[in-house]
Design a protein around this ligand. Sequence first.
Ligand code: AHR
Length: 541
Amino acid sequence: MDPQGSRLRTTPGYSRREFVRKMGMAGLSLAAARAVAGKRARAAFAETPAEPLTAKLKLDPERQLGTIDPNLFGNFIEHLGRCIYGGVYDEGSQLADAEGFRQDVLEAARKLHVTQLRWPGGNFVSGYHWQDAVGPKDVRPARYDLAWFQRETNRFGTDEFIAYCHKLGAEPYICVNVGNGTLDEASRWVEYCNHPGGTYFSDLRKKYGHAEPYRVKYWGVGNEIYGEWQIGHKNAQDYATSAVEFAKVMKWMDPSIQLVACGSGDPDWDRPVLEALVRHVDYISAHHYTVTDELKDYYEILGGVAQMEATIRTSGMVAETVSQKARKSPPVRTAFDEWNILNNWRDGQKRDDPHKFEISYNLRDALWLATALNALERNCRTVRLANLAQLVNDIAVIYTTPTGLLLRTTYFPLELYANRSGPIALDVFVEAPRFETKNFGSPMYLDASATYDEEKRRLALAVVNRRKEGDVVGTVDLAGVRAKPGGRAFLITGSEPDAQNTFENPRAVSTQELTLSAAGSRWEYRFPRHSISWLEFEVEG
Ligand code: AHR
């Protein structure tokens, strides 16, 4: 994301418009429809709904796609706007604990079951010098941050980040500065965090009150270095040459760490980068933002997840190919370490406005987010780590004021999937009517994913009905296995796609639990228009 203009590059080398057009060519898949009735959750819709359409969904606990890595439910906090200061960390606030962490934010974040947390950027990291932000807070230097044009006090640094991860129950994931940072800074950061003691930087950590090493496992080798908006932007060859040296010294310092190379999802970047780094890294990153201001139309925006899925596939194909050639097993995996939808993007209007990324999300955006989560689960063999960008205030699921917080619409699907997904992803067959888009072919109204917990024999089916004009009635076929009665259903919807949560109406879009009356091996369910349905039940046997 370019902090000065309206550009956002998911892929270097293409303009965003070209990229969207190219990816749209790929289109999606199948067709058709049929079925009957089920349960209706919301009555008060803005307009009279159109007649329901019909669809078919088939799933089978034996048709498994792979395991879902818990790291799929990671999040991201960056020194951007009020994400850290005034969000995660708010010294002096009545809502903060003695160390300065906002208790209300922490409580809301804990409910998201965040498995790993990425920090300190994003673009910010490419100008960040971690040594500025350790030790006594009052003597830490304040700096001007050239990524987001804001003053950085450095009062939240490595020790505060680790303390936050501990409170949250999340693994820390630190990205190092490959922009204007040095090899020494990177290896010393690993030393500060992970070395047991007896060396200058490990003893510095001890001196600052942290006797035990932090054992930070996940480390990123730079952020979006392919973009000219990045401090220290490089071409693929220059990044690869330099990243190999970063990776070497970081792993020499602690061979147990796992490294994420800076990828883009574009083979022209990822391939040369991985060919140089394949022996040194465990993951290659990719990012995706669907920018609603560019796509504008409701169906175009929701179809935009196809572009994210295409990026996942491209990243995975390059990683598999290069790993296979190098006989690296397990292969390098994809770390989808930034993904989100950008709505009402005020970037570029006022470069140093600290509120410029405080985006309000609506129901449509929650549908997008659930569809993106379906895509991540469907591609669980490729994507082994992912980070929603971001947690608090800036392009975030939680929004704070000095006196309280608001859960954005997008908070709710994330909470549902992160808490209720089973460990194995299933291959769901969907045959449903389609909508037309200019950029992404003709996706089906219904987008689904499913997970299975073998131990509990529990199946969970997630279905996003993107049709805004009316419901879709689906026949759910369980391929011979039988759903036990007594399942649970969760629904996220709202009066219209534009519905937003506000302090006056904080639950305009939220999760409600319904009774699931389905039982047996074949039944019907009515998926309300513009909604997310989560159906969970045990199977007999
Ligand atoms: O998440 C906001 C920004 O988007 C990140 O700093 C950057 O990596 C991306 O472009």
